[in-house]
Design a protein around this ligand. Structure first.
Ligand code: UDP
Ligand code: MN
Length: 536
């Protein structure tokens, strides 16, 4: 079908190609579990085994092991993507996948999804880098891929971490474009052409697919977000998603198949011109194991004359896990922070102070020698971090302009104050006498209209909570974390229309708004010069 369409197209315009149309696997069984990206339900008798396997990888390996390695997936692309045509002579790519102690089925499904759903003439090779995995899996893998002509397997003689492992994989790549994927991804129809086409048009553009979610518990394949989002970072040096500002949406004119400029990348999934990657200095090879490298590369791309984009027509799924399942040879926190400090020291100029103010102990981390990276920055004549904030991450929130109001949040009638009580996430907001002291009582009404303590936000979405307020990671996207502080002292939740009420127990509760003293709240400090941000 696709072939005949392509033949037809080429008789009209021999220089064009349509999106590659995959065929169904030869032994396709539509009723097999997980097909069409559907949730896998673990039968009761397998629960114990599945729970055990979950711990090994931070995801439901049982589900992965029981699905087809060629399972089918839904097509989540905007419909305009489907009729796009691309140059016949798109450059080829080498795909690099690094892994440490990955579940074999998940890794192989990543490989097969690439082979099954990419035009064969566009895949030059798939390079697997085994980062010194300790679990037995290398030999079966070696045996399995012996039949897959394009797949190469490399094994590190010692643990390098994902950053140096990607460099090792890259050094084996020979195609003009290198595409990186994590070892627990599944690509969907049409994923590759938009990436290769964009890099082909402009070799200093680094492109990421739209990342869909493969559920860690059920392996369900679904959209990552309903909104138009891009990557940013916060002053904890953490990657975050944020709604695209209206300016950038306007440029794209709601034409949702056009690339979106993104201030940062999530890290694992991107395509880059092979020579350009070398020219801009690959990765900082003194970064260890995991973390920080995505922001470092993002800042470097933008500051040194490139562009980072998300292609809405390219959809790739990734298993997002809540825990890092593998061991770090040294302390995990220290390793990640060291990588972040190297990034801040090389690229962030004076703005690194904001990072140190947030986490003062980062000042004392031995971050090693950065001379080479500073020389690279000079050689490439890279722009300042201020330029990056002014021109790329234009909606950045500087720490000194992050709160409209801050401090203890007091209900004057009862002299009770809100207290997050340092509880784990998903716990409920509590109360304590305002005379008490504690960091967990210092709450901000942020410029994004969140009620937050550090990175934990007051969230009203859970219908099981009996009106209590759940403490969840801030997502910076408004929605169920959007509050307004009224002149009369009420704290009203936008989506539900309800007001925060002291309640009668140990937790404040959401109630219909009424003129009652139990719904009046005051912050210690108000900053009238700080204005709320429009979210988009
Ligand atoms: N990885 C690796 N060596 C390491 C740590 C991670 O090769 O020391 C691999 C890992 O198997 C995965 C990729 O690097 O394929 C990204 O890591 P991970 O998926 O844990 O990061 P996340 O997606 O959770 O940010
Ligand atoms: Mn991953």
């Amino acid at each position: 079908m696709a072939d005949s369409n392509n033949t037809l197209l080429q008789s009209i315009n021999p220089n064009k190609r349509l999106i590659f149309q995959p065929t169904l696997p030869h032994n396709f069984n539509p009723n097999a579990i997980g097909e069409n990206g559907e949730s896998v339900i673990v039968p009761d008798k397998a629960k114990a085994e599945s729970d055990k396997l979950f711990k090994n990888h931070g995801f439901n390996q049982w589900a992965s092991d029981h699905m087809s390695l060629h399972r089918t997936l839904p097509d989540l692309r905007p419909s305009l993507c489907k009729s796009q045509v691309f140059p016949k002579d798109l450059p080829q790519t080498s795909v690099v996948i690094v892994f440490h102690n990955e579940a074999l089925s998940t890794l192989l499904r990543t490989v097969h999804s690439v082979l099954d759903r990419s035009a064969p003439d566009l895949i030059h090779q798939i390079i697997l880098v085994d980062d010194f995995s300790s679990i037995k899996g290398h030999d079966p893998l070696k045996k399995y891929i012996a039949d897959l002509k394009k797949v190469i397997l490399v094994r590190n003689p010692k643990r390098e971490g994902l950053i140096r492992s990607r460099i090792i994989g890259y050094s084996r790549a020979t195609a003009p474009i290198v595409t990186f994927l994590d070892a627990h991804c599944e690509v969907t129809i049409g994923w590759l052409e938009p990436l290769l086409d964009r890099v082909h048009q402009n070799r200093s553009v680094v492109v990421c697919p739209e990342i869909d979610v493969i559920d860690d518990k059920t392996f369900q394949y679904r959209a990552g977000s309903s909104g138009d989002i891009r990557g940013v970072f916060n002053w904890d040096m953490k990657f975050r998603w944020r709604l695209t500002p209206s300016q950038e949406q306007k440029r794209r004119n709601n034409y949702n198949v056009l690339f979106a400029r993104s201030p940062t990348m999530a890290g694992g999934l991107f395509a880059i011109d092979r020579q350009y990657f070398q020219e801009i200095g690959l990765y900082d090879s003194q970064m260890d194991i995991w973390g920080g490298e995505n922001l470092e590369l993002s800042f470097r791309i933008w500051q040194c004359g490139g562009q980072l984009e998300i292609m809405p027509c390219s959809h790739v799924g990734h298993v997002f896990r809540n825990v890092i399942p593998y061991k770090f040879p040294k302390d995990a926190g220290l390793t990640i922070n060291k990588n972040s400090v190297r990034t801040a020291e090389v690229w962030m100029d004076g703005y690194k102070e904001f990072v140190y103010q947030r986490q003062p102990y980062m000042r004392n981390i031995h971050f090693g020698n950065i001379t080479e990276r500073l020389e690279l920055r000079k050689k490439l004549q890279c722009k300042s971090f201020k330029w990056y904030l002014d021109h790329v991450f234009t909606d950045v929130i500087l720490p000194n302009e992050s709160a409209i109001a801050k401090g203890k949040v007091r209900n004057p009638e009862s002299e009770m104050c809100l207290n997050t009580l340092g509880r784990p996430k998903h716990a409920f907001l509590g109360l304590s006498p305002c005379a008490h002291e504690g960091k967990t009582m210092i709450i901000s009404l942020t410029v994004l209209n969140e009620l937050a303590m550090d990175e934990v936000c007051f969230d009203v979405s859970d219908h099981q909570s009996g009106g209590k307020i759940t403490l969840l990671d801030c997502h910076s996207m408004g929605g169920n974390q959007f509050w307004s502080h009224k002149k009369n002292g009420k704290l009203q939740h936008r989506d539900s229309g309800l007001c925060l009420d002291r309640g009668t127990g140990i937790n404040p509760v959401m109630q219909p708004c009424k003129d009652v003293p139990s719904q009046i709240w005051t912050f210690d400090n108000y900053y009238p010069n700080v204005k709320p941000r429009k979210l988009n």
